[in-house]
Design a protein around this ligand. Structure first.
Ligand SMILES: *[C@@H]1O[C@H](CO)[C@@H](O)[C@H](O)[C@H]1NC(C)=O
Ligand SMILES: *[C@@H]1O[C@H](CO)[C@@H](O)[C@H](O)[C@H]1NC(C)=O
Ligand SMILES: *[C@@H]1O[C@H](CO)[C@@H](O)[C@H](O)[C@H]1NC(C)=O
Length: 369
């Protein structure tokens, strides 16, 4: 059973060698060393396709800047292009009798050297490039921040200093940032409580308790309780709020609870316009809880031209975003206007600025559940 794939593997190696002669005679000697039978790199396959011989894999790999190596499934003639080498990810280089691995593609770009191929860390670049790794600037994907940065890597130290570079999520003024290999730690300074990302002064941590007849404080309390960013200390007091996600408009909005017919399911009887609707609003109770994000037919929502959000509602972390509202009449977007939208943790608020000045009526913002 094993001999057939093995022979095929040998054939594939020969084909690769021959093909490389055409590309570059000088690389002939090193090429054969790069195919390793019965091994594969797992988890870094970004492209899979059919190729009658592994030459197809090699050509495709050389043409794709992200390609660092490939696996070839011998008895299925399938190429799997990897965006890492076995050197970068030795823990994922595993035995597989049906495949062989081909590393060090001739035109391979160093890991982290282009924005299309960010590395997970400076350490990974060092592992991938070995002795060729030089200190300098590289593209690094900061997983915890969800962004790619161009950062300095000191290949002798094998690490990015997120703290000194400011690429960290520690509370800027109230926490200390300590660099660690591959990451960093945040800790609140003396006199402050929190997780290091948000630190609150000891005396400021007592938040309003329920029962106080104050709309703002009750809203604050509700948000704090519902946002999931809190816990109670042993006195039963809420002690932690992610202030970075927190904004005043989440407390200071107008609730729209009773305006009849605003929902996208309501078939218009008396057309209403929202030309007077300005500032932060929240749909609640009878109006549902948010704007619809797909086209609403005209003559719904108790108006003629129905307003719907042309885009997704933001996440809390996205903060304040601008979104287009389309008013559907002749088609799904006969008029449009930009509004601000925010996710307050447990609900959405929209900053309306009336309707379109050139055609204010009858346009209305729809709501949905
Ligand atoms: C590498 O490929 C994996 C697997 O498809 C993918 O999840 C990852 O985002 C890719 N990384 C880069 C830098 O393209
Ligand atoms: C931090 O990130 C910025 C861009 O976000 C980049 O210019 C800078 O080089 C980075 N510094 C370090 C030390 O990672
Ligand atoms: C609402 O949005 C408008 C236009 O973007 C802006 O000028 C205004 O300041 C915002 N209102 C509030 C209360 O934030």
């Amino acid at each position: 059973m094993l001999t057939i794939p093995f022979q095929k593997a040998k054939l594939a190696v020969v084909l690769l060698v021959l093909s490389n002669v055409r590309y570059s005679a000088t690389s002939y000697c090193t090429q054969t060393e790069n195919s390793i039978t019965s091994m594969m790199l797992r988890q870094y396959v970004f492209k899979t396709f059919h190729a009658p011989t592994s030459l197809g894999c090699l050509v495709a790999c050389e043409e794709d800047v992200r390609c660092q190596s490939f696996n070839y499934i011998i008895n299925q003639d399938i190429c799997e292009l990897n965006n890492r080498t076995k050197e970068a990810r030795p823990e994922h280089f595993i035995f597989d009798v049906n495949r062989y691995y081909y590393g060090m593609v001739r035109k391979r770009v160093p890991l982290g050297s282009i924005s299309e191929l960010p590395a997970k860390s400076c350490r990974e670049i060092k592992a991938s490039e070995g002795q060729h790794a030089v200190s300098g600037s590289y593209w690094i994907e900061l997983i915890h921040l969800g962004k790619v940065i161009y950062a300095e890597c000191d290949m002798d130290a094998e690490d990015t200093d997120e703290c000194s570079g400011g690429n960290h999520t520690c509370d800027r003024d109230r926490a200390t940032c300590t660099n660690t290999i591959g990451s960093y730690k945040c800790a609140c300074k003396y006199g402050y409580d929190g997780d290091g990302e948000t630190c609150i002064m000891h005396c400021a941590r007592r938040l309003p308790q329920p029962g106080q007849n104050d709309m703002w404080k009750n809203r604050l309390l509700k948000i704090v309780q519902q946002s999931g960013f809190t816990r109670k200390n042993h006195h039963g007091l809420l002690i932690k709020v992610r202030l970075s996600f927190f904004s005043l408009e989440c407390l200071n909005y107008q609730a729209i609870t009773t305006q009849s017919g605003r929902k996208n399911t309501y078939v218009t009887i008396t057309a209403i316009c929202d030309d007077h609707l300005f500032g932060w609003h929240r749909f609640e109770a009878a109006t549902g809880n948010k704007m619809p994000t797909s086209c609403v037919p005209s003559d719904r929502c108790n108006t003629h031209a129905t307003g719907w959000l042309n885009g997704d509602h933001p996440t809390v972390a996205e903060g304040l975003v601008t979104r287009q509202v389309c008013f559907s009449y002749y088609d799904c977007c006969s008029w449009s206007i930009n509004i601000q939208v925010r996710n307050c943790g447990d609900f959405f608020i929209d900053n309306f600025t009336g309707t379109t000045p050139e055609h204010p009526c009858h346009l209305r913002y729809c709501s949905t559940d």
